[in-house]
Design a protein around this ligand. Structure first.
Ligand SMILES: Nc1nc2c(ncn2[C@@H]2O[C@H](COP(=O)(O)OP(=O)(O)OP(=O)(O)O)[C@@H](O)[C@H]2O)c(=O)[nH]1
Ligand SMILES: [Mg+2]
Length: 300
């Protein structure tokens, strides 16, 4: 915004899994902060991405995709974190995938209907619309579902209409002092971001089920001279999964390590020595105590 009024506020990014919430956050920030993958339920923790431009500070809250399977403690944790993020924010971005509307979108809609702050309904992935004719009637239908919301078609991947979206956000932020220093990008520690990057590579490298039973713990994070030494433990639930992650002759582990290291180098601006191990910790994803020790804190 061109006015000289200081503005600051929280902007929750919510939606079902895989609609492109984290991709959107990364595009807005102009750098990769949140992990993304083709698989649903990639994001497990809320993450702040802070964008300060002149007098405007928008504090985006990326959230886990709201989903229906609720049977494990990890799933309950994810849904709870996403729902809580809707409280006490100043703007909500409700992200959907083109004209696809599922029961989970409906579930998000029911939650978003109750918020009192402005909502922008972000229709993502419009670059992949096969039939562009379908879009307009769908946008109209969406507008009817949430009459108070403005509907904004975008492509988070190609950056289409994102500046427009940011303008709409800025106009809706309350006046006030900035909460964070101008150069702060997130509330999360470098250790956390490092663990997430390793998990992203596991999500991307592996087939259907295993990624959901993987957690990453950073055991060492130490700067020595110009080199950042990071030791990460990849936790799985079963012995067989350990073998799959390691791969033939350690091939897959090597790839995971190489890719994670490159991303870490970019993010931390330092040379990285990355060591990875895989360990079996049975049942961690359905055990609240194990989850807490892995940084999945259940707020009361
Ligand atoms: N074609 C296209 N693909 C996109 C776009 N935005 C995101 N994607 C892809 O959609 C997939 C999911 O993106 P994410 O950003 O991880 O989705 P998410 O909503 O954060 O998913 P969860 O964290 O699981 O809730 C990835 O493969 C992205 O590359 C887009 O605008 N166009
Ligand atoms: Mg995500």
């Amino acid at each position: 915004m061109s006015d000289s009024t200081s503005r600051c506020g929280y902007v929750a990014i919510v939606g079902r899994p895989n609609v492109g919430k984290s991709t959107l956050l990364n595009h807005i920030l102009g750098q990769k902060l949140a992990i993304t993958s083709r698989k649903p339920q990639t994001t497990r923790h809320t993450l702040l991405g802070i964008k300060t431009e002149g007098e405007t500070q928008a504090i985006y809250v990326d959230t886990p995709g709201l989903h229906k399977e609720n049977e494990k403690a990890l799933n309950r944790f994810m849904n709870k974190s996403a729902t809580q993020a809707l409280r006490d924010v100043d703007v909500v971005l409700f992200v959907v995938d083109r004209t696809r509307w599922t029961d989970e979108d409906q579930m998000v809609l029911e939650k978003v209907r109750y918020v009192t702050c402005p909502v922008l309904l972000v229709v993502n992935k419009v670059d992949r619309m096969d039939d562009k004719q379908e879009l307009l009637p769908h946008l109209e239908w969406l507008a009817q579902q949430l009459s108070s919301a403005e509907v904004v078609p975008v492509s988070a991947l190609q950056g289409r209409n994102i500046e427009e979206l940011e303008k709409l956000v800025a106009e809706r932020l309350p006046e006030g002092e900035h909460f964070y220093p101008e150069d702060q990008l997130t509330d999360r520690s470098s250790r956390f971001l490092a663990a997430e990057l390793v998990r992203e590579k596991v999500m991307r490298q592996l087939g259907a089920e295993i990624p959901y039973q993987v957690a990453v713990e950073i055991e060492q994070f130490k700067q020595e001279g110009k080199v950042l030494h990071i030791h990460a433990l990849i936790l799985v639930e079963r012995e067989g999964q350990k073998k799959i992650i390691i791969g033939d002759g350690g091939d897959r582990m090597k790839k995971i390590g190489q890719e994670a290291r490159l991303d870490m180098q970019k993010l931390f601006g330092s040379k990285i020595m990355l060591n990875l191990w895989v360990k079996v910790r049975r049942g961690w994803s359905d055990d609240e105590r194990a989850l807490t020790s892995l940084g999945y804190y259940f707020d009361k």
